[in-house]
Design a protein around this ligand. Structure first.
Ligand SMILES: NC(=O)C1=CN([C@@H]2O[C@H](COP(=O)(O)OP(=O)(O)OC[C@H]3O[C@@H](n4cnc5c(N)ncnc54)[C@H](OP(=O)(O)O)[C@@H]3O)[C@@H](O)[C@H]2O)C=CC1
Ligand SMILES: Nc1nc(=O)c2c([nH]1)NC[C@@H]1CN(c3ccc(C(=O)N[C@@H](CCC(=O)O)C(=O)O)cc3)C=[N+]21
Length: 295
């Protein structure tokens, strides 16, 4: 049990508190609360759980939540029409369309339809481009949460070797861009990477965003490295039960790493806290107000 525990749940609670503290000043200046619209298509149980916890977090922060639940057979045209309505609604500062979407709907088309200035998920190509070129926009919540935990733990990340495992548009790619911006030397690994253990062994910082339960082993980790586990995998725990595990074999990596995030209680709560943060920032920008410092 060598590694320090990176308590994402506690850090997220602090961030949510700072966001909530800033809401009354926004409301006084703008005459309304910041508003977040969450759209869920279909009844995927895991998605329904996330949407519920987002709704609770929005309420606790003193923001206005607008939840839209659409049936699984919703057409792309109907979803695009809803997005257009939310784009035009002055009470809505942020729009989140829960992914994945049912197969009849093209995710790219829906993300492209969201007003980039309300894109609090940071998934629109305009925001991806802003991140890639170092301009202000919205960065995806999960990698933003990972970066905050890393900076809180390590201070400056300058010159550190970072390996990001996974190259998705929502986690791996933006994480790599943010670490590059923070002056890390970044390697992106993926399913076609040769000698993944050898690559990971170089890293001072490992971010695992793969979606494979406990894939990252203790032998892959340089002693003292900081390990951020993004994975959320529900596995069989026997006796008809399931449990949540990450992409990192926590019980063995904890003996080698310098610090590690647990699953649950690590990156997941940060994602939701960063969504609230992005929504407050969106609200301030849309109202022409300065976003509060230190979020
Ligand atoms: N905590 C949170 O808030 C969030 C957690 N997640 C979780 O993070 C994980 C990743 O999510 P996401 O990025 O959306 O997943 P994707 O499935 O979109 O991407 C997975 C990435 O992992 C790579 N990969 C797959 N298998 C291997 C392998 N054997 N070796 C090396 N790389 C591999 C893939 O490579 P290739 O590109 O070559 O196919 C791909 O780039 C999931 O467990 C998800 O549930 C996701 C979002 C938020
Ligand atoms: N448009 C969109 N934006 C997203 O940000 C988005 C999405 N779609 N689709 C699904 C993924 C996944 N995701 C998580 C959020 C919180 C936890 C979280 O809070 N997890 C808890 C555990 C929750 C549990 O027990 O099930 C934890 O890790 O401690 C996990 C995963 C956001 N996603």
């Amino acid at each position: 049990m060598g590694a320090a525990l990176i308590d994402g749940k506690a850090f997220a609670a602090g961030l949510r508190g700072r966001v909530a503290d800033a809401v009354p000043a926004f409301a006084a200046a703008a005459g309304r609360a910041p508003g977040l619209a969450v759209v869920l298509v279909g009844e995927d149980p895991a998605s329904a759980v996330y949407v519920r916890s987002k709704g609770r977090a929005v309420e606790e922060a003193g923001m206005a939540g607008f939840e839209h639940r659409l049936p699984a057979d919703t057409t792309q045209a109907d979803l695009l029409a809803l997005v257009a309505t939310l784009n035009a609604d002055p009470a809505v500062d942020g729009i989140l369309v829960q992914l994945p979407l049912p197969p009849q709907i093209a995710e790219d088309a829906v993300i492209a339809a969201i007003d980039p200035d309300k894109d609090v998920d940071g998934f629109h190509v305009v925001n991806a481009g802003r991140l890639a070129t170092g301009q202000a926009g919205f960065v995806p919540c999960t990698p933003l949460g990972c970066l905050m935990l890393l900076q809180d733990r390590l201070g400056s990340l300058k010159g550190l070797e970072a390996v990001v495992i996974g190259r998705s548009n929502i986690v791996g790619k933006p994480m790599a861009a943010m670490l590059t911006q923070a002056d890390c030397t970044v390697t992106i690994a993926h399913s076609r990477t040769r000698d993944l253990p050898g690559i990971v062994r170089r890293a001072d910082i490992v971010v695992a965003a793969v979606g494979r339960a406990e894939m990252v082993r203790a032998e892959w980790i340089k002693p003292g490295a900081t390990v951020i586990d993004v994975g959320i995998n529900r596995i069989d725990a026997g006796a008809g039960k399931t449990k949540l595990v990450g992409d990192v074999a926590y019980s063995e990596v904890v003996d080698v790493a310098g610090a590690i995030t647990p699953v649950p209680g690590g990156v997941g709560p940060m994602t939701i806290a960063c969504l609230l943060r992005n929504t407050l920032v969106a609200a301030c920008r849309r109202a022409g107000l300065a976003a509060p410092e230190g979020l």
